[in-house]
Ligand binder design. Structure first.
Ligand SMILES: Nc1ncnc2c1ncn2[C@@H]1O[C@H](COP(=O)(O)OP(=O)(O)O)[C@@H](O)[C@H]1O
Ligand SMILES: [Mg+2]
Length: 232
């Protein structure tokens, strides 16, 4: 059974008096353990697609089944719980809370699952060590480099042990060397814990790491069967 099953998603936005069909009867299966890149020009709908998989946005038409559950049939309350257990997000701009330390940022999603503070923080420290930030756990985000902040964002996405991590342009604000380190980290986590990744990107570096490569264009998805042959 695929981890994510999208069926006939249709979604459009009205921009002035033009209607933009961002998703046009789009279907997609993502298997467990997938390391998948979605590319496409700016404005092609990459973020919209990620937001649909992450249940942040609802399509105007279609079906979304995650881990066998029809998520569009859930109440908002059920959805929040379900999302918290199944998906982690890594945003382009990291979205760290500036007044919280790295460990507190990472621990934050566990608060919503009712995990006691002490336990949340110890889980956060453990994950921070896994992403190479053992010694930075007590720092505020502004005292970390861009790459370190991105690692905190990845740690935060992983702390709930989600089946799937959605990363929206995860390398866009990073220098090349840091981008490569982040991709090594993500690929290692994918290999070792089987966490699926879906990454929206137009970075050739990310495409080189991805084992599955989709392109979104005019509301449709196209699959590139040989992503390993895509080079910068
Ligand atoms: N909340 C919104 N309201 C109106 N238009 C939107 C909204 N979100 C996205 N769009 C439009 O939908 C299209 C796809 O956007 P997006 O998914 O952000 O693309 P990408 O991430 O590939 O750059 C763009 O034309 C964008 O302007
Ligand atoms: Mg985007």
């Amino acid at each position: 059974m695929p981890k994510v099953k999208l069926r006939n998603l249709t979604h459009s936005y009205v921009d002035g008096d033009v209607e933009v069909n961002v998703l046009d009867n789009l279907s997609l299966d993502i298997e467990a353990g997938s390391f998948c890149a979605v590319s496409g020009p700016s404005g092609s709908g990459k973020s919209t697609l990620l937001n649909m998989i992450g249940m942040i946005d609802r399509p105007q038409k279609g079906q979304i089944v995650i881990s066998g559950q029809d998520v569009l049939a859930m109440s908002e309350r059920e959805l929040v719980r379900f999302r918290g257990r199944h998906v982690g997000f890594v945003f382009q701009a990291y979205h760290l809370v500036p007044v919280l330390t790295a460990a507190e940022n990472v621990a934050w999603p566990l608060y919503f699952q009712g995990v006691p503070r002490r336990k949340r923080l110890s889980a956060a420290r453990e994950i921070l060590a896994r992403v190479g930030l053992k010694d930075q756990a007590n720092r505020l985000p502004r005292r970390l480099s861009g790459g370190q902040q991105q690692r905190v964002a990845i740690a935060r996405a992983l702390v709930t042990e989600p089946d799937i991590v959605l990363a929206d342009e995860p390398t866009a604000n990073l220098d090349r060397q840091t981008a490569e380190e982040i991709m090594e980290l993500a690929a290692g986590l994918n290999r070792d814990s089987g966490t699926s990744f879906v990454m929206a990107t137009h970075d050739p570096l990310v495409l080189n790491y991805a084992t599955r490569h989709l392109q979104i264009l005019q509301g449709h998805l196209f699959e590139d069967k040989k992503p390993e042959h895509v080079h910068a």
